[in-house]
Design a protein around this ligand. Structure first.
Ligand code: F6P
Length: 305
């Protein structure tokens, strides 16, 4: 997100605009907690994870009367448009705000979950996958040395994009995701079949919304008699140095968001589709759903033979 903030500030200034940074997401908009940013305020942030502006899940912004207040405050402060950086909640709030209050809003898709539709990628996802993969690779060393089954829980309350990507890249024997039904008994059968072929260690990746690692671990130990261990990666997946890909994408998104505001766009999300940066209507994004690529799950299963 910092690379996106930097790009918005510097592109905006480059176009002769004044750019204000809003603290704590929509809450900062409601409390008029914003201040002007110059080029120096975004110096040295490109390599830092998180957001220098801080973030919050705003309960108040869910209510129309608060959104009206926020728009009035913006007008009083002579702010002409809003660029938001975030996931599905931010996009929904931004779309409501633009539609009801006629404030121009451009969204930049940012979510480690990568569940935002109509864009091939959201900022943060690739970095989160690399973090999960690094953990899987390290666990593989000890799983192999000690002949163990390891269950690794990654983030994803409602979807399994991180699990699928990190699981496929990490050579997982099974990947459990919330979108598709799974049978732990069958997973155990596969582990046992692997054992008879000489496989002595295995890795299972589960998205937090599919099954908790501890439960899967206990089930496997009980059913197979194989010594299993588990690891919950948690919020470490949301921090750390952003990958080169994420920094470049965030920079492109930030610049594109400023350009669309300057061109007079009303309610859009910047996106990348087939390698090209563009923008799509916010209401269409909100109505759409991003589907998991089940081919990747099939591929992971074939690779685990
Ligand atoms: O939406 C991003 C996400 O990181 C999910 O993958 C995760 O389940 C959730 O946020 C955690 O939210 P919180 O930090 O509020 O516990």
């Amino acid at each position: 997100m910092n690379a996106a903030i930097r790009a918005v500030v510097r592109s905006g200034i480059g176009r002769g605009c004044s750019v204000f940074g809003v603290q704590h997401g929509f809450d900062g908009l409601l409390d008029a907690d914003y201040r002007e940013m110059d080029s120096a305020t975004v110096g040295n942030i490109i390599s830092a994870g998180g957001t220098i502006l801080r973030s919050a899940r705003s309960e108040r912004f869910l209510q129309p009367e608060y959104r009206k207040d926020a728009a009035e405050r913006m007008r009083a402060s002579r702010l002409d448009g809003l660029i938001i950086i975030g996931g599905d909640g931010s996009i929904a709030g931004g779309e409501d705000f633009a539609r009801e209050q006629a404030v121009p809003v451009i969204a930049i898709p940012a979510s480690i979950d990568n569940d935002i539709p109509m864009t091939d990628a959201s900022i943060g996802f690739q970095t989160a996958v690399n973090t999960a993969l690094d953990a899987i690779d390290k666990v593989r060393d000890t799983a192999y040395s000690h002949d163990r089954v390891f269950v690794i829980e990654v983030m994803g309350r409602r979807n399994g994009f991180i699990a699928v990507e990190a699981g496929l890249a990490g050579g997982a024997e099974a990947i459990l995701i919330p979108e598709l039904p799974f049978n732990l008994g069958e997973v155990c059968d596969r582990l046992l079949a692997g054992q008879t072929r000489g496989k002595r260690s295995s890795i299972i990746v589960t998205a937090e919304g599919a099954a908790r690692a501890l439960d899967v671990c206990e089930f496997i130990s009980r059913q197979t008699g194989h010594e299993a261990r588990y690891l919950v990666l948690g919020h470490m997946q949301r921090g750390g140095k952003p990958s080169a890909y994420d920094r470049v994408l965030a920079t492109q998104f930030g610049a594109a968001a400023v350009r669309r505001l300057a061109e007079g766009a009303g309610a859009e999300m910047v996106c990348i589709q087939g390698g090209r940066i563009g923008s799509v209507p916010l209401d269409a994004v909100r109505a759409a759903k991003r589907e998991i690529d089940s081919e990747k799950l099939i591929l992971a299963e074939v690779m685990s033979q």
